[in-house]
Ligand binder design. Sequence first.
Ligand code: GLY
Length: 395
Amino acid sequence: MSSRTSDVLVVGGGIIGLVTAWRAAQRGFTTAVLDPEPGGGAAQVAAGMLAAVTELHHGEQTLLALNLASAHRYPDFAAELTDLTGHDLGYRRSGTLAVALDADDRAHLRELHALQRESGLASEWLSGRECRRLEPMLAPGVRGGLRVDGDHQVDPRRLAAALVAACERAGVTFHREWAERLIVVRERAAGAVTRAGTELAAGQVVLAAGSLSGRLAGVPRDVLPPVRPVKGQVLRLTVPERAAPFLTRTVRAVVRGSHVYLVPRENGELVVGATSEEQGWDTTVTAGGVYELLRDAHELVPGITELPLTETRAGLRPGSPDNAPLLGPSALDGLLLATGHYRNGVLLTPVTGDALAHALATGELPEEARPFTPRRFSAAPAALPARAALSELPA
Ligand code: GLY
């Protein structure tokens, strides 16, 4: 067994683990990441909508504040990463159009619009005709929609690659292996053992393993984050040059109770997502999942049936009991959490990196991240901070 020492060991090298490692290294911590495939995970599947406004839900005002804080940071965050690494993140401020296909959908969107206005968020109600003027490929049956110019997009695969490059430049060490268990010495997290048996000692450990975060051996039961996998199947189509521009912004809707979205990228990729399934660790792409996505997307934008279907994939969102992330120090000394981002991992990447770097340096979360302490799941009810909704169904 060999032993290496760092100030900070991040278990999990998805975008949340990577941004944490990068920001920690920038603060002067010697930092290591433990992951068999850094930059892999849910970011390889996600569409990359930065949808603080269009994915707003009743009762999630606390989460909204964090989502907005992160959305506001995106321009500088993307510019910093691009300047450092030369990677273009595909950060595109082209906005979002949420549309309704029938009277029920329209009532749902009207409610969302009212909630957005109550929350001080900018969105504009459009008639069906106005929606089609903006996006001529929309179905003639579209009954109305909400134009949200502030909800942008980024390409999560490019983001992940840029974060790997930024970490490398900042001197982060990558251990390309699976984590086997946490090392705890005198009731303090002290590193991790890899599946190959290598012991990686560290002053502080950040558990950022997405939906797997609740399964790391060695973490005391009452400290294990209550995250679960929520499967999302996603399709990628290609818009040939002769058909461009197919869509100029993200288009989304709720169709028969399921959310469907189409995210067009400048390189011709069109991402269509996503199912939301409580199926444990299963990541099979099913005929039913693909069928439902294509059926619903086709109702919104009939022309998609002409496009080549280039990729089908399923990923696992790290769901938490209140749909909000778990950030910062856990009840075990030396162990911090950065997990449970559920539907908002890409959006929350900038603010998570900042919050975790602050917590690693000071032992405390910055003000904006305090409601997301993992301790909210173990504290007595009276001590709970204002919380995000417990009852909301996934968007
Ligand atoms: N935020 C989009 C999704 O989770 O499908």
